[in-house]
Write a new protein. Sequence first.
Length: 116
Amino acid sequence: MLTTVAFRVHKMPEMEAFYAEAFGLQFRTVETGPFRSRFGELGRLTLKLVPIRSEVDFEGFPVHQLGFEVDDVDAVIAAATRHGGRVQDAPQRTEGRLYAAIRDPDGNTIELYGRR
């Protein structure tokens, strides 16, 4: 099940205003590494608005990011590596659930969350 989508944005106030007005999202500030991101909930989906850097480093900084809740985190990691992807963040327990991040064959980050 898709649970998160992260957009790297240039116009944070405008993006937040649009998604709030059009879809009723209420955003909160979340520190994501060196950034102050804005997260909004839409049902079971979290929309993450993350500031984009002025310089793009695709390998270190993908443009968009998906997050999936899955039955078997290790199986998804194995599929990614079989098809040219790689592990970005090894599986770890975070807030009582298993979390990992992989890169797909094109280098996009995909966050994986074990089912609750």
